[in-house]
Design a protein around this ligand. Structure first.
Ligand SMILES: [Zn+2]
Length: 188
């Protein structure tokens, strides 16, 4: 058994501090997914786990949203020897550009790096569904949505971590005047 938490800790992917998340909530911890994605020999272990999990599901295509989802879809698809397609954000919506085709009834697995609100992975799945695909499931490297969010598709998480989040008004870190960091970009 692979100890995924140890791998993340060794990479320094779990940051401690005072962070404002995409949701606007504050947290003491932040997962910097690119500490993992910049190490292909480690992130490929997560991809192999996903590929193994869906081994008997007759997946025909693996889809992922930009940015991290591209890397993961590519690698998972490589393990199962199938196709990978990528959804980009256009006018706030995930769409398949680049003339990616989906045939009616095509069995699709949608992958992404970290599940927080589920926004981009669900949008990608819905976009594939609109094109006629069947969403077999969603898979993520890390599930950090502590309050289990309701997703319209079955979810597989390689690793789950429960990270406490606070509204600004109730944030104990704000109260202690710990400098706030807003990581990453909301536009990708
Ligand atoms: Zn705070």
């Amino acid at each position: 058994m692979i100890n995924y938490r140890n791998l993340l800790d060794d990479l320094g992917a779990v940051k401690k501090g005072h962070f404002e998340l995409t949701s606007g909530l504050h947290s003491e911890y932040y997962i910097e997914k690119f500490r993992l994605l910049e190490k292909p020999e480690i992130s490929t272990l997560f991809c192999k786990d996903i590929a193994d999990h869906f081994n008997n599901e007759n997946i025909e295509t693996v889809a992922g949203p930009t940015t991290g989802g591209i890397i993961i879809a590519y690698d998972v698809a490589n393990y199962i020897k199938k196709r990978a397609i990528y959804a980009e954000k256009v006018d706030g919506k995930r769409v398949f550009r680049r003339d990616f085709k989906i045939t009616k009834g095509e069995r699709i697995l949608v992958v992404d790096d970290i599940l927080t609100t589920g926004g981009s992975i669900v949008e990608t799945a819905q976009s594939a569904e609109e094109k006629g695909g069947i969403i077999v499931g969603l898979a993520v490297f890390i599930n950090r949505s502590s309050e289990s969010i309701r997703l319209p598709y079955p979810l597989y998480s390689v690793y789950s971590i429960d990270i406490e989040k606070y509204a600004k008004e109730d944030c104990p870190l704000c109260r202690r005047n710990i400098p706030l960091t807003i990581p990453g970009s909301k536009n990708l």
